[in-house]
Design a protein around this ligand. Sequence first.
Ligand SMILES: O=P(O)(O)OC[C@H]1O[C@H](O)[C@H](O)[C@@H](O)[C@@H]1O
Length: 532
Amino acid sequence: MWDKLNAHHESVAARRFETLFDGGRAEDFSVRVGDMLFDYSKTNIDAEGRALLIELLERADVAGRREAMFSGAPINETEGRAVLHTALRNINGEPVTVDGQDVMPGVRETLERMEAFAADVREGRFTGQGGRITDVVNIGIGGSDLGPAMATLALAPYHDGPRCHFVSNVDPADIAGVLRGCDPATTLVIVASKTFTTIETMTNARTAKAWMSETVSEPAAQFAALSTAADKTADFGIAPERVFGFEDWVGGRYSMWGPIGLSLMIAIGPRAFRQFLAGGAEMDRHFRAADWSENMPALLALVGIWHNQVCGHATRAVLPYDNRLSRLPAYLQQLEMESNGKRVSMDGAELSVQSGPIVWGEPGTNGQHAFYQLIHQGTRVVPCEFLVAARGAEDDLHHQHQLLVANCLAQSEALMKGRTLDEARAKVADKFSGDELERQASHRVFPGNRPSTTLAYPELDPATLGRIIALYEHRVFVEGAVLGINSYDQWGVELGKELATGLQPVVEGRESTDGKDGSTAGLVNFLRQSGM
Ligand SMILES: O=P(O)(O)OC[C@H]1O[C@H](O)[C@H](O)[C@@H](O)[C@@H]1O
């Protein structure tokens, strides 16, 4: 199948895809879910290419795998686990069984407990030892941080609860900076860790407890925990009524829909949180029911596969023209790269094509004044993924929002059309002539023919954010299924963790650097001599 796709790519690689626009292309190469539009017409994918890409999905039995996921089969084969983050947002849906047991009653009960607690915090029934809660500090890392931090920022206009802060890094600068602005007597600390063993999180949690115990008599009373490890939360001293558990069928980077979303729920309220869940569930229904040719997550995945595995573009840029999505690229880095950054397929054999792409990005228009130079004129092609809303939350500044939208659309147009040498000459012909005109003009040429997609939606409300995040989750699923890899484990993070544990006594000077490589030993010695 890859051969067929590669042959097709070779046959179309030289053409300019702007010539494909024949009046119907924009409609034919875009898809809607409710009031959200995904436009992939500014790519070199034509009807034949799309048909071949869809054949890829059929050959990999992505439909069968999709049903296996939604129905609770253990598709995370290396860990023997189901993958059921979709159950967390299936609040009004069908039963979902794992090992013959319907998990939905438990999901609903936990959601209701979270809602009761969030309401108590927001409405002042749960207080700190110095009064009403003014600040919530979520301590977590990776999937226990990026999702709620990204979403709390994204939904800032809906934020009517206490201030929310996120501490993730073991660098003491992170927690010190946050705690400096909080009053221990009115702060709620949420320790978010699926395993409750992650060294960064547990270290920061102990630091927060010590900080709180300097002021309040019962620090643990102002702690809540989000974890699958009830025994460990109890050992930390957190009472069971403030522990919100979940099961191992929720992967860390897919977990913001359940207890890991508690800080978001406290920020925006249980009602808006349910709208976020409903948006995710809407995308799930679409993903399960729509034909591949009309299926937004599948098409987003196929565009990704076309650009990465077929065209050979190693990276993709995520460019939200929506400043409140400024953490989306970081969130997607974990979602996509921890899921599909794998070199072997499910059966352990090496992949015959590239693994998932390198994902990066920043909000527009900021990026335009920084790295877009390379995107437009560098030697490498970087497929770009734009996101843009019709309206912002600032009604009185709508004209400014329209300027933002104009910039977004201008970028995808510029990437596609570029600027020819003749056009570049015309731009500077009044200033230069002869050889100097040629030299100056060549710097002003834009090759164009650079692909991009645009996801457009009316406004960034909770339901829309839910649809966007579920869209990307399913994209990752489809890309992983086509590559034949397990998107739900993350063995690649283990080695560094093990070595860090071994290096700690060396760094502290309790053990020698004997046995370490010359570079590592040299760096330890330098840092120790430099005051570490
Ligand atoms: O939630 P935790 O168990 O603390 O895990 C936090 C994070 O750390 C790990 O190293 C994994 O790479 C991530 O997938 C995970 O989200």
